[in-house]
Each structure stands twice: as structure tokens, then as C-alpha cells.
Design a protein around this ligand. Structure first.
Ligand SMILES: [Zn+2]
Length: 175
């Protein structure tokens, strides 16, 4: 049996040297006849600017996840929000197959909430979190303000692709 040529995880097919901050569709999965869509909520240009500090990213996870799960318009479609290991953005998994542009108002609300957030980080206790001291709310608020600028003025919604190759094992993108 011939192995498929293109068996990389979908997100790794994107050229990360060309990613800039924005909102991207990372992958779409069909589960039992319904779609789930994984979005790449990219806050930093990978390998070109400092990534988000782990403490700030942890706080972004807690505050934004809490916001998304309580947003009247979207909460019923939110499956997951969590950080990328590379610390340049987060993944948002939603029911259905909305377009990235449709998420801009939601993410603007979420990050404005974080930018203005005061008080205790939700869930940052030893009972609710696996590393409750690994937080930095002031830095998370600073990162939120930076991403709001992207959302308001420069958000991209499609990965930059310069050349597309068809192969027997599927389709992949190459620069
Ligand atoms: Zn935690």
C-alpha cells in the first residue's frame, strides 16, 4: 500500500515565515455530519517578533476562554479556546463553518474585555488551574491592546500563498 505523500498536519502545510497577525481558518473537520472549524487566532508574526510570554499567554487563555463561553451570540458554538505551543497565537474551535471575517467582532469584544480587565484572573486558583501562579494580567492586557490594533486595522483572513502544487498525495502549498 502506497503511503500518501501529503500526510502532514494541515497547519504545518502553511509557510510560517509568511504568517502575519490575523484570523485564519486552520482546518475543518466533519464529525457525525456536523462541521467543526479550528481557527488560527494569530497574534504575532512567527520567528520575526517576540512571542507572547508564557505567563501572559496563560492569562489570555483564562480570561478569553471565560469571555467566549459567556458571549450571548457565540457561546453555544464554542468548543475550545487555548494557546498554541509556539506562543504566537491561540486556537479557537467552533461548531459549524463560519468565515474568519465573521469572528472579528467577537474577538474584538473578547480582547477589549481582556484589555480592560481588572481583578482576579478567573480560575487562577490551585483548585481550578494546574499552575495558578503562572499568570501575568498586566502583560496579557498589553498584548490584548496590541491585538486589538490588528483586529481594527490590519487583520488578515487568508494565509499568504505564493504557489500551489498539485500532487498525487493531495494538495499542498509551497512558496
Ligand atoms: Zn490555568
Amino acid at each position: 500500500m502506497e503511503a500518501k505523500q501529503s500526510n502532514l498536519i494541515a497547519s504545518f502545510q502553511v509557510d510560517h515565515t509568511k504568517i502575519v497577525p490575523g484570523i485564519y481558518e486552520s482546518r475543518v473537520d466533519e464529525i457525525g455530519g456536523d462541521f467543526t472549524t479550528t481557527f488560527d487566532i494569530r497574534m504575532k508574526s512567527p520567528n520575526k517578533e517576540p512571542a507572547i510570554h508564557p505567563n501572559a499567554m496563560h492569562t489570555i487563555e483564562h480570561v478569553v476562554a471565560t469571555f467566549l463561553r459567556n458571549d450571548v451570540e457565540w457561546k453555544d458554538r464554542v468548543i475550545y479556546w487555548g494557546p498554541m505551543g509556539c506562543l504566537t497565537g491561540s486556537y479557537l474551535i467552533l461548531k459549524g463553518h463560519p468565515r474568519p471575517q465573521e469572528l472579528q467582532p467577537l474577538l474584538l469584544r473578547a480582547f477589549e474585555h481582556l484589555r480592560d480587565y481588572e481583578g482576579e484572573v478567573p480560575g487562577a486558583t490551585a483548585i481550578n488551574c494546574g499552575n495558578y501562579l503562572l499568570h501575568d494580567l498586566p502583560m496579557a492586557r498589553w498584548e490584548a491592546a496590541r491585538y486589538i490594533e490588528v483586529l481594527k486595522s490590519g487583520a488578515r483572513y487568508e494565509y499568504e500563498v505564493t504557489e500551489r502544487l498539485e500532487t498525487s498525495g493531495g494538495v499542498f502549498y509551497d512558496s
